[in-house]
Design a protein around this ligand. Sequence first.
Ligand code: AVI
Length: 341
Amino acid sequence: MQRSTLRIDPRFRTPAPRAFDLDADVVDRRLTDPAAERRALVTGLLATPATIAPKYFYDAIGCALFCKICNLPEYYPTRTEARIFDREREAIVAAIGTGKQLIDLGAGDCAKAAVWLPWLQPSTYVAVDIAADALEQALPKLALAYPEIDIRGVLVDFTRGLDLDLDVADGPTTFFYPGSSIGNFTPADALEFLNGITRHCAADGGLLIGVDTKKDPARLRAAYDDAAGVTAAFNRNVLVHVNRLLGTRFRPDGFKHVALYNEALSRVEMHLEAIDAQTVTIDGIGRIFRAGERIHTESSYKYAPAEFVAMLQRAGFANVRVWQDDARDFAVCYATTHSAG
Ligand code: AVI
């Protein structure tokens, strides 16, 4: 079978770390093993059911579409979390304390953390993300606005493990993981990830995290299948990204966006469903997607607050505080590794 000679995304070729000398440093630690990344993506596509890891949503177009999703009327998590943060700011700052280093996981354009900087007055702000563009644009501006804070960026794929040993200094540390991104891990992986955070939390450290709660399935479905079709475009764009990475020729408009709530597993699932049969050559193998066959692209787990608190405790956090909006659509937790927090 002949192999494709289409252009392969250089992200799968160049493992060399780079450092940008802007006003803030950004270190790239993403590509530990590009061949293994590629293999995992190919294996997922050749499997039945086929899967694509949600991290592949976030190329430049995917990031822009995700920003749009966050402002959609149906997508309540972003604005509900922001309202909780606004309403509870002083109580949250009192719980966290000031002057610690702040590690922002999945920082994106750093907009969420930027609101906290004047309140938490961190000694160091480390923005961590898999995607470079938004981070590289945001950090120099933050460095200019807050010259007293040591501002740095780290590009890392923390779905492969949270190894920030080179980036987190000793001393009190606050991890910030908003947006309910923890829901994109399976519960087992979420527990392991939270466990990794406790490892990095020195005495007097903690985690400020947002989590989406269980609710009416119709509302959950609507949040992931908006009337304007932005989430559908976000979902299909993953195939454009995969085409670029692997040199495949998926026809994204040959797939239908499907969002459903799997009540037994408490998760919203997103899939791409082949409208007609489509054969795609993947690493020299002709993979037939039958009409109606689905590629699973994302799971977004929803937690009752008590369930999530129990998970934080299992991960090694000792003291957990929870704040919610009046409708209890979303929960913000601050958890510490010491019992007096
Ligand atoms: C990033 N993550 C928390 C979003 C979520 O709600 O699971 C990703 C998303 N997918 C579709 N809409 C939003």
